[in-house]
Design a protein around this ligand. Structure first.
Ligand code: NOJ
Length: 729
């Protein structure tokens, strides 16, 4: 019950026929049932974050989980809010939402609720401070010394206000499971840290589900169990050579020799079984990929997490495809639109350039995993980047490439599409190969790879992207650049090139990527995505916030890898605001094909009359003290579409706290996605909960309302905030 076993899924809890318990099938990941065939590949959480759309986030969770359920997977190994995105170079940031804790918290709650509404258990991961891939696991150096994993060292205030925040939303939403992370934190391993597991998660946040280890992230038996780890994954599995489980028979031994209480074992099993019954997984749960020789049971031998059992169930649905297409568009951010070059107005001669435009040429699956969980680099040259690599990827049954979708759209009204998808060929002067007709518009597709197992080494799009843009803009005064993949990217040196008339940050849209993009390009859909991160002017403007060096890679000191989170809460826009430095495109920014006005700020509620701290005798339910989640004030504004076409926008609310709170210059505490017809107005309400208005007081160890005035700013980005008001607290 508490130890993984070999089986058909990425993680397996063995069946117990005597109890008619079918076992548990656990599968990656955050954007698809990863390795399955005939399943959908959804947009990555990065795209969800860029959509700023709670409803789409919920729907994605629901539809994705229906595919997990259809395949017989009880537990989905997602969503991700760790990494949060402390460093723009983090290799797995795209698996999560945004470096803003509030935005991530809102969207993870919706995702968890969506997943569990389908009767599938959500596993919110990786808990916690899993902010870099480099040295995420221990290694053995040339002398044979074990060098321990990176230790992320953080203070109590930052832990609560930034990194724990979205996990609290996930717990509040009822996440069945939490996956502890590979890294150490403040010196102890993530799956063996009593402060974070027993203390913060189970006591303070009232988490009632189970903590499972990341794969081979357990480094002790009794010590981990006593620190709060409930489930060891993958357990002692043959294909992870030389990795017997610290759990398994050792747990029995520990109970029998008195070093572990059987009460704690009961607690672990109760935590593991509660979601199973709560979500009715004991009733008519589909068998694993249709394997029906004995419903739900699988023989525990001979497979490696690859679904080789059954007749292979097709879990795709039309509704899923539509959602993927819509969300891919909703997560696309229009950064520049000079002279309204977009939407396209039936251009007759279209040029398409870049290796990211084409269909895949090296297969449809970017896992590239080796036996010791070190992930090889799955990057590829020609082929669109629709999702990242590693365990958070998906196996595509098809992809609609940007080039295919553009050709189809162009052909529908008789236009000519000319294209070159080899960046090397373009860089070598290949544009001369095009027919000598003036191009009405040139679409350049650039990409930035990111994958589990490695951090990014550059924020500039790859594959000679700068030269590709130069070559195209040299012949084409109306060049539109589309970026796919990891974010943020720095857009220099071409962002201000006058021939680059429009820029779209299209993120990781999943299998319908080309269709999502064509919907935006030809104006069927208004670009309503907004940046869930900051785009700086230069790579050096970001504090790198990654620990890595040649000296460290050769160290003989087992504790050499230390990441001190000295910047505290000041990551992403909070860092740039604190330094008052200018950026290329700020957090929350994005253009639309129409224009919006915001007016009439109203603030109701009287938090000044509320007690400074939540009542300590109020119950602690999943999410913490229930009073933290009570609304103390509401801000409302009117938003009007002042342009000539229908469109959507994202009004955003930021708070500036009094000095007592020692808070960032501005912190996001409200947003909504609003669709309005031309000329129409709507009222937007931002409820502010006690937690939204509080800071973490390290002395009293409690969320505390500051005394004084909180400044409320509302607008369309973190730096476009025309409305202000005051909230007495
Ligand atoms: C390691 C990854 O960190 C985790 O996210 C994933 O769920 C497991 N491997 C299983 O593939």
């Amino acid at each position: 019950m508490v130890t993984g076993t070999p089986g058909p899924c990425v993680g397996n809890i063995a069946p117990i026929e005597r109890l008619n318990f079918s076992g548990l099938c656990l599968h990656d990941g955050p954007l698809a049932i990863r390795q399955a065939i005939y399943a959908s590949v959804f947009p990555a959480e990065l795209s969800v974050a860029a959509s700023w759309d709670r409803a789409l986030s919920h729907q994605r969770g629901l539809y994705m989980a229906r595919e997990f359920r259809g395949k017989g997977a009880h537990v989905a190994l997602g969503p991700v809010v760790g990494p949060l995105g402390r460093s723009p170079f983090g290799g797995r940031n795209w698996e999560g939402f945004s470096p803003d804790a509030y935005l991530s918290g809102e969207l993870v709650a919706q995702t968890v609720e969506g997943i569990q509404a389908a009767g599938v258990q959500a596993t919110t991961k990786h808990y916690i401070l899993n902010e870099q891939e480099t040295q995420r696991n221990p290694s053995v150096n040339a002398n044979g010394t074990t060098i321990e994993a990176i230790s992320s060292n953080v203070d109590d205030k930052t832990m609560h206000e930034t990194y724990l925040w979205p996990f609290a939303n996930a717990v509040h939403a009822g996440t069945a499971s939490i996956m502890c992370s590979y890294n150490r934190l403040n010196g102890s391993y993530g799956c063996q840290n009593s402060k974070t597991l027993n203390g913060l998660l189970k006591d303070e946040l009232g988490f009632q589900g189970y903590v499972m280890s990341d794969w081979l992230g357990t480094h002790a038996g009794v010590a981990s169990i006593e620190a709060g780890l409930d489930l060891d994954m993958p357990g002692g599995i043959f294909f992870f050579a030389g990795s017997p489980s610290y759990f398994g028979g050792n747990v029995t031994l520990a109970v029998n020799n008195g070093s572990l209480s059987s009460g704690r074992i009961d607690d672990m099993v109760l935590r593991i079984m509660t979601p199973y019954y709560f979500l009715n997984q004991d009733k008519d749960y589909p068998p694993i990929d249709g394997y029906t020789s004995k419903i739900g049971f699988f023989p525990a031998a001979n497979y490696v997490d690859n679904f080789t059992l059954g007749p292979i169930v097709d879990v795709r649905q039309q509704a899923h495809t539509k959602l993927i297409r819509d969300l891919g568009a909703a997560g696309t951010v229009l950064l520049k639109n000079f002279n309204s070059s977009l939407p396209l107005r039936k251009p007759k001669n279209i040029g398409v350039f870049g290796n990211d435009a084409a269909d895949f040429t090296q297969g449809q699956y970017s896992l590239a995993i080796s036996s010791d969980t070190v992930l090889a680099d799955g990057n590829y040259d020609i082929g669109t980047l629709a999702v990242g690599g590693g365990s958070g990827t998906g196996r595509f049954t098809y992809v609609v490439s940007p080039l295919d979708a553009i050709k189809a759209r162009a052909q529908s009204y008789g236009a000519l599409t000319q294209y070159i998808t080899s960046n090397d060929f373009i860089a070598g002067g290949g544009i001369a190969a095009l027919a000598p007709v003036p191009l009405d518009v040139c679409l350049v597709f650039l990409k930035s790879w990111a994958s589990e197992g490695a951090d990014r080494t550059t924020l500039v799009a790859e594959w000679n992207s700068t030269v590709v843009v130069e070559k195209v803009t040299a012949v084409c005064p109306n060049t539109i650049v589309v970026l796919h993949g990891a974010a943020p990217n720095v857009l220099l040196p071409w962002a201000n090139n006058p021939n680059v008339t429009a820029i779209l940050a299209a993120h990781m849209p999943g299998q319908e990527t080309g269709n999502s993009l064509v919907d935006i390009l030809w104006g069927d859909v208004d670009p309503s995505g907004r940046l869930p991160y900051t785009i700086a002017k230069n790579e050096t403007d970001y504090a790198k916030n990654l620990v890595n060096s040649t000296a460290l890679l050769e160290t003989t000191d087992p504790n050499a890898w230390q990441a001190d989170f000295v910047e505290g809460n000041l990551i992403d826009y909070k860092e740039f605001d604190a330094k008052n430095s200018s950026v290329a495109y700020e957090f929350g920014f994005g253009l639309s094909y129409t224009t919006f006005n915001i007016s009439n700020i109203q603030i109701t509620g009287a938090p000044a009359n509320a007690s400074r701290r939540p009542n300590p005798s109020a119950p602690t339910l999943p999410g913490g003290n229930v009073e933290l989640w009570e609304t103390l004030a509401t801000v409302s504004v009117t938003v009007t579409n002042t342009g000539s076409v229908a469109g959507s926008t994202v009004p955003q609310l930021y708070l500036t706290f009094p000095a007592e709170a020692d808070a960032p210059t501005r912190s996001l505490r409200g947003f909504d996605k609003v669709a309005l017809n031309s000329g129409a107005s709507g009222t937007v309400q931002f409820p502010l909960m006690r937690r939204d208005l509080s800071y973490w007081n390290v002395v009293t160890q409690d969320w505390t309302l500051p005394v004084g005035n909180i400044e409320v700013s509302v607008g369309f980005s973190s730096r476009d905030l025309p409305l202000t008001g005051n909230l007495a607290v």
